[in-house]
Design a protein around this ligand. Structure first.
Ligand code: NDP
Ligand code: CU
Length: 457
């Protein structure tokens, strides 16, 4: 079991990998050579307790910058012995945890099997002098290219490092984790660490290292995926761009429409000044329209896909790309729909707070007095509003249930049947999940609870 890690019972733990052809293991007898450095089993096959880990695994870090410091802190905290290689160890030693050994680059790379290269790409070539000492070791490339660098270089940083050190095994990992997350621990921030390498054993070693540090490693395959892994931190909310632009476009469209209908037309035809309605009332009328349309766009691709499958007579053929993308964006559209509906509810609460509303009430009262009416009560109107409001609240409640259960952490705590039950039963459409639907889908309901005039006024 790894120190500080959540070692799996009865399962072999490979860290650190004993390289075939690694010479620096003279301390172990030949009988021990096939065992990993750390004790292999928590519980042996005969049920007796295995020996506790004795040797503290050593990890090397080249570079002494922000990332190196955070990494060293985290590794020491996870029970590893850390040796840092710097061009200027004296100056840097004070910045590292005291348990970490800070020394010259050539001294640091001697003993550890796994060495993190916490430097920028342009400085990789300065390590070429260490080629001989590095032979046979695992180099972990943590670098992140800038947008320009990513576009300029065809090969990934990790592949470039591998080309400089053909005798080493390069593993790409940890680039998506910020120095800050490393230091604070994986409690907050992203836990997932995508890892890729051409050598399965080396990848496995780094996978287990990440796990021992409390992260969730994700196997991304061979080093050819490094370019994709390096592009990850450059992307900003990738799945949200299209749905957010769509929501914005819908908002602009409906806002313009409502402005023309509720403000401009009364002004032009009757000379009424209703421009004060622009900040609250028109926005409040617009939000449910956006919510409705987004919601129908959550359902529509499912129907289109079903129709397509029926027409093709099979479900084992790929959907066209546009439909595929649309299907993949349903969750975001559903959540944006929920967001608009929630905003609409808030705005609706604020309607009676407005000064214009108070003036209108008083004016109406005065009018009533002048016409000598004492009691104004239209039964039908009263009932209608009560029902609108009740349906609106119910609809928003259901929509929030769908939104909440679609969040990964909550969806993961439900099994597939529970998930589809919540999603289906709460959906007033009675829409059944189908094979193309993924677990992350938010399906929704068809009522939003708006008055026919949309504005609850
Ligand atoms: N900071 C972050 O949050 C993250 C950083 N990364 C990646 O980690 C790597 C290091 O980043 P970071 O620690 O922030 O950078 P820094 O600038 O803080 O550190 C870079 C280190 O590289 C070392 N180095 C070795 N050779 C040279 C050289 N010839 N010229 C200059 N420096 C050299 C230096 O250490 P010394 O002087 O001791 O030799 C220096 O401390 C980068 O590739 C970055 O993309 C990845 C994810 C997050
Ligand atoms: Cu409403």
């Amino acid at each position: 079991m790894l120190p500080g890690g959540r070692g799996r019972r009865g399962q072999g733990c490979l860290w650190p990998v004993a390289h075939s052809g690694t010479q620096d293991m003279p301390t172990r007898t030949s009988g021990e050579m096939d065992k990993p450095l750390i004790s292999r089993h928590l519980v042996d096959s005969d049920g007796s307790l295995a020996e506790a880990p004795r040797e503290v695994p050593k990890v090397g870090i080249l570079g002494s910058g922000d990332f190196a410091r955070s990494l060293a802190t985290r590794l020491v905290g996870s029970g590893f012995s850390v040796v840092v290689g710097s061009r200027n160890p004296k100056r840097m030693a004070g910045l590292f945890p005291s348990a970490a050994q800070v020394t010259l680059q050539e001294e640091a790379v001697g003993s550890p099997e796994v060495i993190f290269v916490a430097m920028f790409r342009e400085h990789y070539s300065t390590l070429c002098g260490l080629s001989d000492q590095l032979a046979g070791k695992i180099l972990v490339d943590v670098s992140n290219p800038t947008q320009q660098e990513h576009l300029r270089h065809h090969e990934s940083n990790a592949e470039y490092l591998a080309s400089l050190f053909p005798t080493c095994t390069v593993v790409k990992a940890f680039n998506v984790i910020s120095a800050w997350t490393l230091q604070a621990g994986p409690r907050d921030g992203n836990r997932q660490v995508p890892i890729c390498s051409d050598q399965p054993e080396a990848k496995r070693a780094v996978l287990e290292l990440a796990q021992a540090m409390g992260f969730t490693p994700v196997d991304m395959g061979s080093l050819a995926s490094a370019r994709e892994v390096e592009a990850m931190p450059l992307r900003l909310l990738p799945g949200w761009k299209v749905p957010a632009l769509l929501a914005l476009g819908l908002f602009v469209f409906f806002y313009t429409y409502n402005f023309i209908r509720d403000v401009l037309q009364p002004y032009l035809q009757e000379g009424k000044n209703k421009f004060y309605q622009l900040p609250v009332s028109v926005v409040n009328t617009t939000l449910p329209c956006v919510a409705y349309v987004l919601l129908s766009l959550v359902y529509l691709p499912g129907v289109v896909a079903a129709a397509l499958q029926l027409r093709r007579g099979t479900k084992y053929r790929r959907f066209p790309d546009w439909l595929d993308h649309w299907l993949q964006h349903r969750k975001q559209m559903g959540l944006l729909s929920f967001f608009c509906a929630a905003l609409h509810a808030l705005y609706s609460f604020c309607l009676p707070l407005r000064r214009s509303h108070r003036y209108e009430l008083v004016n109406q009262a005065v009018k009533q007095v002048l016409t000598n009416k004492s009691h104004l009560w239209i039964e039908e109107e009263v009932w209608r509003m009560e029902i609108y409001l009740s349906l609106g609240v119910l609809a928003l409640g259901t929509l929030s249930l769908l939104a909440v259960t679609s969040l990964p952490s909550i969806a993961n705590s439900l099994n597939w049947r529970e998930f589809s039950f919540v999603q289906r039963e709460s959906a007033v459409l009675g829409w059944a999940p189908s094979p193309w639907q993924n677990q992350d889908d938010v399906s929704s309901l068809n009522t939003e609870g708006c008055g026919p005039d949309g504005g609850h006024q």
